[in-house]
Every structure is written in C-alpha cells, then in structure tokens.
Design a protein around this ligand. Structure first.
Ligand code: PLP
Length: 431
C-alpha cells in the first residue's frame, strides 16, 4: 500500500486513486491500458501477500498448511508466487497438476480434489508422488486402490465428507448440502473410512470438507468444523488415525456491500473451537482460492459506444462474458469504476447504464444500472476480478483471451500475452 491517503476502491486497498488516476501499487493502470491494450487484467502482488498474511496471522501457533485452490486463478506466474510463499496447491485436474509442477511446486505439496478423477489422472498423480487424494465417493476409492496396486504403490487419501451445512451462498457455488454431487454423506463417513482402511493400496491420511464458495458469514465454517470433528472422533474410536483435518476453502470476498469475516478473526474462532474440543494440536489444512486472489485483480476495459435506449441506456465496452463470466453464470455483481475519476461537477451528470460486452448473447452483461460519467475511449475497471475470471475465460466469438499483468511495487510484469490468431485456432485442422 502506498503511504499517501489516496482513496482506494472499497474492498481493494491496493488499487487507489492518485490525483484522480487509478493506480495498482505505484503503477498507473491507464499507462498499462495504453501500453498493452484492453481488455487487460491487472493483479497486485501486494494484495495477494496481504490476503495470505491474514491466514497466517489466524494460524499463528498452529500447524496449518495452505493449499491454494488453483482453479480460482491458474496463471503460471500466480502459481509461482504462491509456491515461493511456501504454499501447497489444491488441484482438480491433470492439467492443474502440470501447471503447478511447471510453476515450481513440489508434488508432495499437492492435494487432488474433484468428483471425477480419471484412471489416467490418478496414475500420473501417483507417479509424481502427490501429497493426498481427496476422495469423493466409494467407487472412486475402489478405482484408486486398483490403480495404485497396478503401480505397486500406496495412495495417500483423505475422504471428503459432506457435512450438510448450508453455506448461505449462491446455489451454484454451494457444495456441502445433502442434495449435492460432492463428497461422502455425513452418515456414511465412518463406514467409508473403515472401507478405505481395509483396501491394501490406500493409506488413510486425513479428512476434508469444502462446503461452498463466497461464504460471507462465520457460522457455516464453525458448524462444518464441529461436524468434521464429530466424524474424526468416531473414526479414531474405530481404530483409524486421522493425520490431518482439511477445512477446504470458500471464504468470501468484498464484491459489493457484503462484508466477509476477516480471515484472521475467523481462524482464531476456528482454533478456539478446535482447542475446546481437544484438536488444536492436530495438523490442519485449508484450500482457499477466491479469498487469496479475488480482490487482488481488476479488469480494464475501454468504452466503445454509448447507446441510449427507451428503457435502458447501454454502455458497450470491449470486455465481455468470455473474459468475465461471473455475471452471466451467477448474476454476480462486480463493482465498475472509472480509471480516471470524474470531476465533482461531471459526477453529478452521471447517467445510469447497463454495462455490456460485444458478444452476441443477451447474457453478455458485466453490470446493471450503473451510474457512470463516461465517453467512448474512456477506460473502466471491473473490480474483484482476480478469481474465477481468467481461469473461466473462453475464446467464445473467437475473442482472444486477455493479457494479464502482475504489479509488484513499481514493476509491472506481463504474465500472459493476448492470444494471437495462431493461439485462437491452435489444434484445429482443415479438411
Ligand atoms: C473450488 C474449491 C476450493 C476453493 O474455493 P474458494 O471458494 O475459491 O476458496 C477449495 N477446495 C475445493 C475442493 C474446491 O473445489
């Protein structure tokens, strides 16, 4: 953060205005937009470190390993940053395994989640010697046992249990309720641990749960921990030791007026509970994604056209649902702010627009009913764009995936170049 009292974007202390111009660290984002073009993702390394430090302070005095959830933002340089900070990784595919290895991760620092791991993915992960498979079903246990047997190894496993806790978030990003495809049900957990312990090519290491994403209250995390500890007690009473307790990810970030609990406070409460129940000395793990990168990124976009309408005014920009899929997928809210602040007189002349992209879909909107004072050629910043934006981006409408920049103090590293035509058609074959 800079020492000046520059006004920051709410929830984004590392993106602030200096003399009316938006800065990331000590870098003017308008300069980046001019140099690299738009749409342009700009990430703040200081913001990611700040988010990590919140976890570290909350964990003080305890044994906790952070496994960054790669799917939130899987750019190689971002992964490299987390590897250098000593984090492990939570992956959900072979591609993500290859990414983290390419970024410098040690295989033993990788946990593999997901309901649909293939035999091939299991084989490659076992050959590399990853730290743990988070197994989500009984059939998966049997297949992993078989694949490990064929390789003559024992697979380290944890069982993902479904604590049946309502995280009170969007249904598409809620994963810990009964009617959900994820994990092993609470009632079946003990029997499934017994089965896992009986299979010769598996080694039971831990228990895990991940109840959803963008959770903005403490209660679901504390309730899920209680449920997990209940199961650990029963499983250990049955003679199966549990080495680690993995509490998953899911902590929310600031998008609009929702204020998630501070990471540090949440984890102090989690450990107070663990302490009260006699588990404070155990090895814990977490798998945060969004809360480490979400507020560390913005997406810069240029205003192309202003189109007044009878019912709505449209502000048409050059970023779209292929760059920022969350509004189209979950009707998610991203704050949209100007790169150059309007003067007070201009701000009172703001017009209410729907901010939309050029893609041929009515679902292609980035923000609804936003008061803006803009003209074609102006740049806007779409906020909270560090998580589940570029990692979900596509080339729909044959639009190139955007350039990405990582700002560290006054240095701007280009960490991804915009797709060129060769990248857009890579792998395609003419008749
Ligand atoms: C997506 C996911 C995470 C990360 O979730 P966030 O909400 O981004 O923190 C962690 N663990 C598992 C198993 C996941 O699927």
């Amino acid at each position: 953060m800079t020492s000046s009292a520059a006004p920051a974007i709410p929830g984004h202390p590392f993106f602030a205005y200096r003399d009316g111009q938006l800065f990331a660290g000590d870098v003017s984002v308008a300069q980046l937009a001019a140099q690299y073009g738009t749409p342009l993702f700009v990430y703040s390394q200081a913001a990611m470190r700040h988010a990590l430090d919140g976890y570290r302070r909350g964990f003080a005095g305890h044994q906790v390993k952070i496994h960054y959830a790669v799917k939130a933002n899987s750019n190689l340089a971002i992964l490299q940053f987390f590897a250098r900070e000593g984090c492990g990784f939570d992956i959900v595919s072979l591609g993500e395994l290859q990414r983290v290895l390419a970024a410098g991760a040690r295989p033993e620092d990788v946990v593999f989640s997901g309901v649909g791991k293939t035999r091939h993915e299991m084989r490659v992960a076992l050959t590399h010697g990853i730290g743990c498979f988070n197994v989500e079903s009984v059939p998966e246990l049997h297949v992993l046992n078989q694949v490990a047997g064929e390789l003559g190894v024992q697979a380290p496993i944890s069982l993902r249990v479904n604590p049946d806790v309502d995280p009170q978030t969007h249904p598409y990003i809620s994963t810990g309720l009964k009617g959900n495809k994820f994990g092993i049900s609470h009632q079946d957990a003990v029997a499934t641990f017994a089965l896992a312990a009986s299979l010769p090519h598996l080694r039971v290491r831990g228990i895990d749960s991940h109840i959803g994403s963008q959770i903005t209250t403490e209660a679901p995390f504390l309730d899920a921990l209680d449920r997990l500890l209940d199961i650990v007690e029963q499983v250990e009473a049955a003679g199966i030791p549990i080495h680690h307790i993995d509490c998953g990810g899911g902590l929310g970030i600031h998008y609009s007026d929702q204020l998630p609990p501070a990471t540090e406070t949440l984890w102090q409460k989690m450990f107070a509970k663990a302490q009260a129940r006699g588990f404070a000395d155990r090895a814990f793990m977490v798998e945060p994604g969004r809360s480490l990168v979400g507020n560390a990124g913005i997406c810069l976009t240029e205003v192309l056209y202003l189109k007044p309408g009878e019912e709505k005014n449209f502000c048409i920009v050059d970023a779209a649902m292929n760059d920022l899929p969350r509004p189209a997928m979950y009707e998610a809210f991203h704050a949209i702010v100007p790169v150059q602040q309007a003067s007070e007189a201009d701000a009172t002349a703001a017009v209410v627009y729907d901010v939309v992209g050029p893609v041929c879909e009515s679902g292609d909107w980035l923000g609804r009913d936003r008061a803006l004072h803009v003209a074609p050629g102006d740049w806007l910043a779409v906020c909270s764009a560090g998580a589940y934006c570029m990692s979900m981006a596509s080339q729909y409408n044959t639009r190139p995936k955007a350039t990405e920049i990582l700002v560290d103090g006054s240095t701007a590293h280009c960490i991804r170049q915009r797709d060129d035509f060769a990248a857009l058609v890579a792998g395609e074959i003419l008749l």
